[in-house]
Design a protein around this ligand. Sequence first.
Ligand SMILES: Cc1cc2nc3c(=O)[nH]c(=O)nc-3n(C[C@H](O)[C@H](O)[C@H](O)COP(=O)(O)OP(=O)(O)OC[C@H]3O[C@@H](n4cnc5c(N)ncnc54)[C@H](O)[C@@H]3O)c2cc1C
Length: 404
Amino acid sequence: MSTPAAVVIAGASAAGLSTAETLRRRGFDGRITLIGEEGLPPYDRPPLSKEILSGSWPDERVRLRDDAALAGLALDLRLGVRAETVDTGARAVHLSDGSLVSYDELVIATGVRPRRLPGTGDAAGVHVLRTLEDATTLRAALAGSPRLVIVGAGFLGAEVASVARQAGADVTLVSDIEAPLSDVLGPRLGELLIGVHRDHGVKVVTGARVEEILVSGGRAHGVRLAGGPVIEADAVLVAIGSVPNVEWLAGSGIEVGNGVLCDEYCQAGPGVWAAGDVANWPHPGLGERIRIEHRTNAAEQGMAVARNILAGEARAPFAPVPYIWSDQYDLKIQIYGLPRGADTFAVTEGSLVDRKLVALYGKDAQVRAAVGINMVRPVRAARALVATPTSWTAATAVEEGVAP
Ligand SMILES: Cc1cc2nc3c(=O)[nH]c(=O)nc-3n(C[C@H](O)[C@H](O)[C@H](O)COP(=O)(O)OP(=O)(O)OC[C@H]3O[C@@H](n4cnc5c(N)ncnc54)[C@H](O)[C@@H]3O)c2cc1C
């Protein structure tokens, strides 16, 4: 394959920027068009539910690169413009400003958007959290120490609960499963984390499905749970997961289904690639298709796509050790690998009681994931047990762990 002359990247955030930077770092001197629907230069999302929400950082600090660094990349940067459709035959992308950009290689890095509760419309006091604007709007709402109901107790909901409590809000966290976060971490660590929230004064309502956000006079005033109970609120955050931004690919022939369906090289067709939250690919090491909505993966996958674009036949499968972190109160939670689906669990350092530990998760007699709570160095060391196939007994010195 000859070196492409023009690369178009749709989505100007972590994955898109990382692709562009890696192309340049590897000597690509053709045109790179970076298209971003948001009017802002690329910025980082993890601080939105942490430092930006709490107000401990000025908003500008979320920028991923300053003007000088962006200029150094010599990008054809189109901000405030949507990629509307793609013509894979003509290798061209139609933009919302009416222009057309041609490509040799197209990188889809359009991320995800929050899933919403049906029928909530645009009532005041109903929040989601994905963009800087969402974060500053929610921060303003927290300033009045409101009664905040958070629908969904995943990492995002849990992080907001932590910041909102510390800001003096009266917080209720509602989860439709009995043990929040247990779907990701198993019930033992799920219970530990929920215990931490309760200790900080969060009301945790489990096994409860929010059926409706109650609105009167255009403003939300609570939620109604299945079966009838009502929780009154001044603000409601809907944090019930996300939806991949793939609709603009309709009719292009690019296969979608829970994201952009790629092969193990992150390629979705001739001259088409995907990276970041939107990419769904068969992970060679895990033996299953995955889509990862986490920051480190967005950067690593962007780099991998850039390398593969330039590598021709020498392209390499993308097989990272997935990494997730989350900050809640004074806890730093770090996850290497995928605990979901594990059949064995063991705490190998620290303890559940101390809320400071390294835990291993195993499947089919092998280590599958390592989770650290306030154990930054030890869990980083445990990453090696996930990165290379390691037998459960060798790693834990116990024949059998317990169920996660
Ligand atoms: C509040 C919050 C906190 C988080 N905290 C953590 C954390 O603690 N740890 C962690 O690992 N991860 C965290 N994440 C996840 C992490 O931020 C994402 O994994 C990362 O942002 C994904 O990057 P991306 O470039 O793939 O997609 P995105 O960041 O979603 O960017 C996609 C971009 O494409 C744009 N776009 C969409 N459609 C189009 C189109 N048709 N044309 C042009 N542009 C388009 C979007 O507007 C967006 O700007 C957090 C996310 C959020 C929202």
